[in-house]
Design a protein around this ligand. Structure first.
Ligand SMILES: Cc1cc2nc3c(=O)[nH]c(=O)nc-3n(C[C@H](O)[C@H](O)[C@H](O)COP(=O)(O)OP(=O)(O)OC[C@H]3O[C@@H](n4cnc5c(N)ncnc54)[C@H](O)[C@@H]3O)c2cc1C
Length: 477
């Protein structure tokens, strides 16, 4: 069945009430992409449900009327996951941001998935607890989006990614049925459907509520910012720290491009001739943290660190983190558009890979700055450019593809944490065999009746997305 945008909006208003529906081109444009701004497409309408039942009503209606739909949290995704590739309806979780239950004895919390990640930690801080996954976008990005992308963060090195912290979910499947998977306990027997849903980028249904695990806040945290004259000294430090057996809570790297941007935006100062900085954090029992920090500093000194700043108190610790947490935002002052790429390589290949990234930037004449989870080998080259210039956009896309191809050649991965979305859909066959991709497509069919639930994402060769791909990529699937 096909509807005009106005008809579609009226039908949705009849389901949820007029206050829960946005329509018209202005509303459409506000939801035409996520933070990957290279590809855009207007939805026909946006709905803002408040409950699981309301989400189910909308999905059921879309399913019965052959209308595509896409879940959206805060829209901070960096691979086009929340882009309404085939138009249709955006289902926003903006009004589903309630904490529903806090179970302190079992150290878990139930929330609607539109809640911002950091709000969970804020809610239980006084009880000495927190939610460990900490994407740098955590003040706005939602638990639903974190589940969609299986997000990581600076502390992933020690505490793992989102999937390790989700115990149970309520979701609406692509036909509008409500499913409850998992619960409050870990490690239940049987097939791991939560593991399948987390990281599926909203292609298997819409997660409406989640039981998340709460960790105990560490007793002591020590943070250091270390400056280096060469990229090679910094990257060698990273590999040496892990090789000697220390696993810091965070081991992050920023290059000169990021440092310059943070200096311009926040007045952050660093020694002259600094080419790279590492932010290293250790946490746990006081004795253990003191031992680890001592060992870490020795490795930094052996690798010719030119300055080591260890935070003396919480205020200074927060100041040191500014360079990491605000680095990507600060890049916004340098250029109108940024594409932050995401690939993984074995840590030992960091020096070689960074050289390659700078070479790609030079060959494509596109500026690059690097800020990334060095301890995990998870690179984030940020290309800065003007997305109103189609030639620059094309060069950014090609440069990104070269980098990802290289990551895979070096034994790494097509994505670390930003997902596949539309950005990397054509690169999946570089990493997965045809048999592997077919198994993934079969798994999708368990949940997905048809091609309506966030179409044209993650898996290549989806029938029905040909027009979309021709338009954006100039290729048929
Ligand atoms: C400045 C900045 C820093 C960032 N830092 C990090 C970082 O450190 N680590 C990291 O991993 N990522 C990072 N990101 C990427 C992004 O913030 C994460 O991917 C985040 O989890 C997306 O959350 P969101 O609410 O914005 O989701 P959206 O962008 O709205 O959606 C992301 C995906 O999840 C799906 N989705 C959304 N809600 C649901 C739901 N309820 N059920 C099912 N699927 C759903 C969407 O369809 C889409 O495919 C960063 C982004 C920015 C802009």
């Amino acid at each position: 069945m096909s509807f005009s945008d106005a008809d579609l909006a009226r039908k949705l208003e009849a389901l949820l009430g007029p206050e829960a529906v946005l329509s018209g081109s202005a509303a459409g444009r506000a939801y035409d992409c996520d933070s990957y701004t290279v590809e855009k497409n207007n939805p026909a309408a946006v709905v803002l449900p408040r409950t699981t039942e309301e989400v189910a009503k909308v999905v059921r209606w879309c399913y019965q009327n052959n209308v595509p739909f896409t879940a959206r949290g805060a829209g901070t995704g960096l691979s086009g996951g929340a882009l309404p590739a085939m138009g249709g309806v955006i289902i926003s979780t903006k009004k589903m941001a309630k904490i529903l239950d806090i179970d302190l004895p079992n150290r878990c919390l139930l929330a609607q998935t539109g809640i911002a990640n950091k709000k969970i930690s804020d809610a239980v801080k006084e009880k000495g607890l927190y939610f460990a996954p900490d994407p740098s976008s955590q003040s706005v990005s939602t638990i639903g989006g974190n589940i969609g992308e299986n997000s990581g963060g600076p502390h992933t090195l020690k505490y793992g990614v989102t999937v390790q912290h989700i115990l149970g979910i309520t979701m609406v499947d692509p036909t509008g049925e409500i499913l409850k998977l998992g619960g409050k306990i870990e490690g239940a027997p049987g097939y791991d459907f939560i593991g399948l849903i987390v990281g599926s980028e909203g292609t298997l249904g819409i997660v409406t509520e989640a039981w998340v695990k709460l960790n105990v806040l560490p007793k002591t945290v020590s943070t250091a910012l270390i400056a280096y004259r060469t990229i090679a000294d910094a990257t060698k430090t990273v590999a040496d720290i892990i090789a000697q057996g220390t696993i810091p809570a965070a081991l992050e790297m920023m290059d000169r491009g990021i440092l310059r941007a943070v200096n311009m935006a926040f007045g952050f100062e660093y020694p002259a001739n600094t080419e790279a900085m590492l932010l290293i954090e250790c946490d746990g029992e006081p004795d253990q943290v003191a031992r680890e920090m001592e060992a870490v500093q020795q490795v930094c000194q052996r690798n010719k660190a030119i300055e080591i700043r260890v935070a003396e108190d919480e205020v200074e610790r927060a100041r040191l983190w500014v360079v990491r947490k605000k680095g990507i935002g600060a890049m916004g002052r340098i250029a109108p558009s940024i594409v932050t790429h995401d690939g993984v390589i074995p840590r030992s290949k960091l020096p070689e890979m960074l050289e390659f990234v700078y070479d790609v930037s030079f060959r494509y004449s596109i500026g690059v700055a690097n800020i990334f989870h060095a301890g995990d080998g998870n690179l984030h080259p940020c290309f800065y450019f003007n997305d109103r210039d189609p030639n620059q956009v094309q060069r950014v896309v090609e440069a990104g593809e070269e980098i990802i191809r290289r990551c895979i050649e070096l034994g790494g991965s097509v994505s670390g944490e930003h997902g596949i979305g539309v950005e990397k859909i054509d690169l999946m066959p570089l990493m997965f065999s045809p048999a592997d991709l077919e198994l993934q497509a079969l798994s999708k069919r368990i949940f997905n009746d048809g091609m309506l639930c966030n179409p044209c994402k993650v898996l290549p060769n989806q029938k029905g997305c040909v027009e979309y791909k021709k338009h954006w990529k100039g290729a048929a699937c």
